[in-house]
Design a protein around this ligand. Sequence first.
Ligand code: GTP
Ligand code: ZN
Length: 352
Amino acid sequence: MHDEALAALEALAGSAAQLVLSRHRMAALGQGDAHDAVALSLPGRPDCGGLRELAWTRGASLPAATTQAAGNRAERAALRLLGRAQLVPAAVACAVAPEHAGVVAAEVACGNLLAVDAAEALRLCDGGSGSLTRVSEARVPLAEAENSRFVLFREADGLHEHVAIVIGDVAGWPDAVPVRLHSSCLTGDLFGSLRCDCGEQLRRGVAAIDAQGGGVLLYLSQEGRGIGLANKLRAYGLQDEGLDTIDADQVIGFSKDERNFRIAYEMLEQLGVTKVKLLTNNPGKVEALQRAGINVVAREAIYGEVTAQNQRYLQTKAHRHGHWLHELLGEQDEPASTEPERLPAPGAVSGA
Ligand SMILES: Nc1nc2c(ncn2[C@@H]2O[C@H](COP(=O)(O)OP(=O)(O)OP(=O)(O)O)[C@@H](O)[C@H]2O)c(=O)[nH]1
Ligand SMILES: [Zn+2]
């Protein structure tokens, strides 16, 4: 947005613009315990540069005399839509003054403005059953698993496509199907970035599933733990200034993990897979699948290499995300076992 657009918006609505920020951005601004969305009324007439600084710049602070209120449903929906589009979750909002309602309605009627119903937007962002369509599939032999099929699923609004790589024949599998949920990482998966362990985990995951006679790898369009590549690169810049992976995401307005693994449940359901052995170090993936109703009977570790460049990232995942990486990092407070852990039945997981 630029200053003329901001002025035009205020003139059309007949009210001063507010800045709507997420709870995580508010925490980064030193305002804990905020609502999911917070509407800020700023003193003076801030320009777009000032708003942008408050939205995602490190070290910014709220001007004195700023007042804040819990975001209403439209403001919450705006942040959810921005997050879904993997943009920075910060919105400029103007309430339409009663005497401007007619002009705004006319602009909507002639197509200059798009009216979006907040409740519908929230429903869309929440996904839910039936939101995935199985679109197409083909045999794609892989170096690590020759007998592979790619099955593509598309979300209802077409923004995201996810691929199930089905290795071998999983229909009618007698026991738990080996499954890996892998969130996309362009830098690591495709280019072998040393900042993370994703590329190795991807290839080792495919090889491990093949070695076990078959299974499914879900390649999920959730770049940067769901914040998108643009924001992941912003977060990398902040990490280069000294922040860890969680604090960097918070500066841009995101939680420590923006992914929703319900999509994985729906893909498995459509593939007829209900009982799985999960290849992961992430307790959140186990919990999410259990909660959705998948029977996760075992969990197997899947490691990449620790490098000088990714060590801090992996340590943060172990210490702040609670990932099972202590053995990999040579930290002895986790049972050292190469056997799959036995897991409790769905419903028995605490907090599920
Ligand atoms: N926001 C953010 N995302 C990152 C960063 N480094 C890697 N990622 C993303 O983190 C995700 C890692 O995905 P996975 O390998 O499926 O998952 P995981 O949660 O580490 O769990 P595992 O199953 O144990 O591998 C990918 O989407 C990467 O793009 C980072 O510094 N910031
Ligand atoms: Zn990665």
